[in-house]
Structure formats: structure tokens, C-alpha cells
Design a protein around this ligand. Structure first.
Ligand code: ADP
Ligand code: MG
Length: 332
């Protein structure tokens, strides 16, 4: 049947025993094939639990997960937990053989029945992940980010239909992370691999994901395209996850010339423009945070702080008096 969802959760829940209610409440979700779906939420919101339920590493209390219309078996029902068509990589992936070469670590995932195919596929995957030049190096001698690449290579060489990533880039430094992210995007585009990733890094989910799922206290509170969720989040929680935004009360908002009807105004740093004004008026530049080709400025007036993005580095110095103009805001 063509209208059978690729992967879906039907009223799936998993509540851990204990004083505090924790885990995942009854949840419905659909994962589109050949896309990157990102699950974002604060620490403890249930991201890893949901991922394990989707993979079959945990048995749900209620509901079921279906892959191509068939129920996914839990760990009690299967000799090797986890669905055979899926692979999962976490930041604790430590089943690497540290004393073997990168090449052998990756090739070891394939059967030795067809050596030519094994050779060809290993080379192909190492190429896709930009690792061919380190094929002969021992895993023990690699950086954390490089080891994560090996773990991902090992996961995708067996051609899983779904790759699950649980914050695998946490230990990877920023410059390295971007390369890895774009390589994964490229692989998804070329091979039709389906990726479900868990993250709490807004830059990562915004640049990588085709679909975004926001989890709060074990519940999906909204989902959609990353751009849409960023531009007009329905919840304050989502805005705060996706942007380093200013959250102001009604009175504080008025200081920026913003009149709101609801309790909170949310203003993203890039929605505020400033200009220098005659001294002793308006906002004071308290901090200039150099970010390379732009700066973050922290402004202050009457005890209220405001973070803004300044695209002309060097234009303002600490102590400058400025006026602000807010182009857009959200109300919650
Ligand atoms: P996240 O990945 O979003 O940080 P988790 O899914 O790991 O969240 O955990 C969600 C909640 O469930 C947390 O409050 C966590 O402490 C609790 N939890 C996770 N695993 C267990 C477990 N095995 N036993 C009891 N509580 C757990
Ligand atoms: Mg987690």
C-alpha cells in the first residue's frame, strides 16, 4: 500500500517508574522517508527515549511503532535489540576497535563472502564521509570528531534504511561538525537514507533538518519545517530552543517601543536595528561580543538587557548610547 507511512509512532508512550513523571507520553508521529527529521528539546524532555522507542531498543507501555506498516519488536521479543533495517549512533558509540585501522573498522561490518564488493563499498563509504585519506590510520590516534565519522561510516556501510543519531556531534568541535553535517546531508540526498536525529543545538537542526519535532516534558508540542518553526514558533519554549532570543515582560518591551497584549514579547537578536544617539539617552552598549564577521551586542537600559546582532563589527564600543528599532516580535 502506497499510503502506509514509512515509520510512525501510534500513541506510543514510555513512562519510567519513579517519583517524577518522566519519559514519553502517548505520542503520534510520522517520519518521511529520505528526509532528515530532527527531534529537539531541553535536556530530560524525552528525546533519547523517543529515539529508542522508534528503534525498538525500548518496549512502549502503550501504543506501537510501525515500520512500513509492521509493528516494531521490543528488546524482549528479539535476540538482537533494534530493528534490522536501522542503525543508531550516539556520542557513546564505543564499539570501535581502537587498535585497528579505520579501513578495517569500517570493512569489518560487511561479510567476507564477496571481497571485491567489500573493498568497493568500504572505499565508497570512506569517500562519502571524506575519510579516505585516514583509512590507514589507527582509530586510537584519531580525534573525537574523526572517531564519530568512523562510527557513522560503520553504521551506513550496511545500508540501513534509517539512521538514528542521538547527539553524536556533541564532542565534535564546531569546525569539524559543519563538515560532518553537510556530508550527512549529501549522503541523504544521494542515497535516500532516512535520518532521525536528536539534538539540542539550534544551529545544527536548523541547517540539517527537513522536519523538526519539538519535545517538552515527554510531549510533542509542535512540529513542522525548521524555517517555519523558527520564524513563527507557536510556543515560547520553541522560540527559546531555536534562538538566543530576548524574552521581555510587557513593561520591558515598552522600553523598546513594543506594545504587546500578552505576557511576553520575544525578540530575536537580528530583529533589532540600532543607531547612535546623542549621549545620556536610550540604551547603553554594555558588551561587545566578537563573532568574526558579526558581533553580538548586549545593550542595557534601566536594568533591562537586550541582545542584538550587529553586522558592522567595530562600529560600536562599550559605553556608546544607542536607540533601538524593533522590526518584528512575537507575543506569548
Ligand atoms: P533527553 O534525551 O531529552 O535528555 P531522556 O529521554 O534521556 O531525555 O529522559 C527523559 C526523562 O526520563 C528524564 O527525566 C530522565 O531522567 C528519565 N529517564 C531516562 N531514562 C531512564 C531510565 N532508564 N530510568 C528512569 N528514568 C529515566
Ligand atoms: Mg538524550
Amino acid at each position: 500500500m502506497s499510503d502506509t507511512p514509512f515509520l510512525q509512532a501510534l500513541a506510543v508512550s514510555k513512562i519510567y517508574p519513579g517519583k517524577q513523571l518522566s519519559g514519553v507520553k502517548p505520542t503520534n508521529m510520522v517520519v518521511q522517508p529520505g528526509k532528515i527529521t530532527a527531534i529537539i528539546g531541553e535536556s530530560g524532555s524525552g528525546k533519547s527515549t523517543l529515539l529508542k522507542l522508534l528503534y525498538g531498543l525500548l518496549s512502549p507501555d502503550t501504543g506501537e511503532v510501525q515500520f512500513k506498516g509492521e509493528r516494531i519488536w521490543g528488546p524482549e521479543e528479539k535476540l538482537i535489540p533494534g530493528h534490522d533495517a536501522m542503525k543508531m549512533v550516539t556520542q557513546h558509540t564505543d564499539d570501535l576497535n581502537l587498535f585497528a585501522k579505520v579501513w578495517d573498522n569500517v570493512a569489518a561490518m560487511l561479510p567476507a563472502t564477496d571481497l571485491a564488493a567489500k573493498q568497493h563499498k568500504t572505499e565508497q563509504v570512506l569517500k562519502q564521509l571524506n575519510m579516505l585519506h585516514m583509512a590507514e590510520r589507527r582509530v586510537a590516534d584519531l580525534s573525537g570528531g574523526e572517531k564519530q565519522r568512523v562510527a557513522i561510516a560503520r553504521a551506513i556501510i550496511t545500508r540501513p534504511q534509517v539512521l538514528l543519531l542521538d547527539e553524536p556531534f556533541n564532542q565534535v568541535d564546531t569546525s569539524f561538525r559543519e563538515g560532518l553535517q553537510s556530508d550527512i546531508r549529501q549522503i541523504v540526498k544521494e542515497t535516500g537514507l532516512t535520518v532521525i536525529m536528536v539534538s539540542h543545538d539550534p544551529a545544527e537542526v536548523l541547517s540539517m533538518a527537513d522536519a523538526l519535532i519539538v519535545l517538552q516534558n515527554g510531549e510533542i508540542i509542535e512540529h513542522g519545517h525548521p524555517k517555519a518553526l523558527y520564524q513563527s514558533p507557536r510556543n515560547l519554549y520553541t522560540a527559546q530552543l531555536l534562538s538566543n532570543c530576548n524574552v521581555l515582560t510587557t513593561t520591558e518591551a515598552r522600553l523598546c517601543g513594543v506594545d504587546i497584549k500578552k505576557e511576553h514579547a520575544v525578540i530575536y537578536p537580528e530583529w533589532i536595528k540600532i543607531k547612535v544617539v546623542t549621549p545620556n539617552k536610550g540604551w547603553t552598549v554594555k558588551q561587545v561580543l566578537f563573532k568574526g564577521f558579526y558581533e553580538d551586542l548586549i545593550l542595557e537600559q534601566r536594568g533591562v538587557s537586550l541582545r542584538i546582532v550587529n553586522e558592522e563589527p567595530g562600529k560600536y564600543t562599550e559605553g556608546d548610547k544607542v536607540a533601538v528599532r524593533v522590526g518584528k516580535w512575537l507575543e506569548y
